[in-house]
Design a protein around this ligand. Structure first.
Ligand SMILES: C[S@@+](CC[C@H](N)C(=O)[O-])C[C@H]1O[C@@H](n2cnc3c(N)ncnc32)[C@H](O)[C@@H]1O
Length: 245
């Protein structure tokens, strides 16, 4: 059962795959230092004969076709900044993922919500994006606590399936929110749910998929509010545009 333990990093997912019974695991990694440590990690766990480390860019290198399982974790909130979508699309186009290949994680859902965020520090208003990792709220003493109040309902803007074919990487949506009363908001919370399998879902974690808070100016509105959000998945934060119309 050959599997593709993809974007290998520390190698933990490759080790899991080998221990779970894969006959061969191809661990793809482009960072040369990690490639070296992956080989040493595989040997240190007596799995060097099963785990084959492939050094190179997953968007370009030759890879085995129609493997049984692809495990690829290049997940960033809303699939903006890391290469999950670009790599999945390449694996589909190159025939690495065939009709019987199981893909883990198998999909991702992206949502947006209007929020009011306390963004004053040392007397200054700071409008830089916030990467809101869950553990920050547990570090009461060491980390300045940020108040984030929901101002609208949560709206899903996309549901992407890594298993069944190439995904259109363009997100271009106008999202309508309905605010019952006059409501103050200054930011949008982008959040995501990773689908490990069809019924195993994973929200924000401390190392992956934390909420992103993006400032959109100060607003007080009631009734219909339209947000335009546009980006290319795997295109990085500079390509993201998020505006109240
Ligand atoms: C989010 S980390 C995955 C970490 C891994 N799941 C772990 O738990 O250690 C993404 C990894 O993919 C590698 N990577 C990113 N883009 C890549 C590409 N185009 N080709 C191959 N490896 C890539 C990075 O060097 C990094 O080690």
């Amino acid at each position: 059962m050959p599997g593709l333990g993809g974007r290998a990093g520390t190698g933990i997912l490759s080790l899991f795959a080998a221990s779970a019974g894969a006959k061969k695991v191809y661990s793809v990694e482009m960072d040369r230092l990690l490639v070296k440590t992956l080989e040493s990690t595989a040997n240190a766990n007596n799995l060097g004969k099963i785990i084959h480390v492939i050094e190179g860019d997953a968007l370009q290198i030759k890879l085995p076709r129609k493997v049984d399982v692809v495990i690829a974790e290049l997940i960033d909130t809303a699939l903006i900044d890391e290469l999950q979508v670009a790599v999945m699309n390449r694996l589909h186009r190159a025939g690495v993922i065939g009709s019987r290949t199981r893909v883990i994680p198998c999909g991702y859902e992206t949502s947006v919500q209007l929020v009011e965020v306390g963004n004053t520090y040392y007397g200054y208003k700071i409008n830089a994006p916030i990467h809101q990792w869950p553990y920050y709220s547990k570090m009461q003493e060491e980390w300045a606590q940020i108040k984030i109040e929901p101002a609208s309902e949560v709206q899903q803007i996309g549901m992407f399936d890594f298993q069944y074919g190439v995904i259109d990487p363009e997100v271009d949506k106008v999202v309508e929110f309905h605010l019952a009363n006059e409501t103050k908001f200054n930011a949008v919370r982008l959040s995501g749910i990773l689908r490990l399998t069809a019924n195993q879902l994973f929200g924000a974690g401390n190392m992956i998929n934390g909420d992103k808070i993006l400032f959109v100016g100060e607003h007080i509105k009631s009734g219909k509010v339209c947000l335009k959000i546009r980006y290319t998945m795997s295109g990085g934060f500079p390509n993201l545009s998020c505006k109240i119309l």
